[in-house]
Design a protein around this ligand. Structure first.
Ligand SMILES: [Zn+2]
Ligand SMILES: [Zn+2]
Length: 80
């Protein structure tokens, strides 16, 4: 059985992924970083995404989503 994973990444207020270094308290260390406004979860295997300011909430949503894959067949991806 394939391992199902979801990636959780920090994002800026404008929705771009933050790859900058931040301090332990979340303050940006780099001048071109506007700070992390939220976290976004994405999956490579399907089009599901979710966004929240709390990673624990994302993990709950992700687990719920992954469970949905166990009970219904994954839909064939349609190109957008
Ligand atoms: Zn940043
Ligand atoms: Zn999915």
């Amino acid at each position: 059985m394939a391992r199902i994973t979801a990636t959780i990444s920090p994002v800026h207020a404008d929705g771009t992924v933050c790859t900058h270094k931040v301090t332990a308290t979340g303050k940006p260390k780099e001048a071109d970083c506007t700070g992390r406004a939220a976290y976004r979860a994405t999956r490579s295997a399907c089009t599901w995404t979710d966004q929240s300011q709390v990673t624990a909430a994302l993990e709950d949503d992700r687990n719920q989503h992954l469970r949905s894959h166990l009970t219904i067949p994954a839909p064939i991806a349609v190109s957008a």
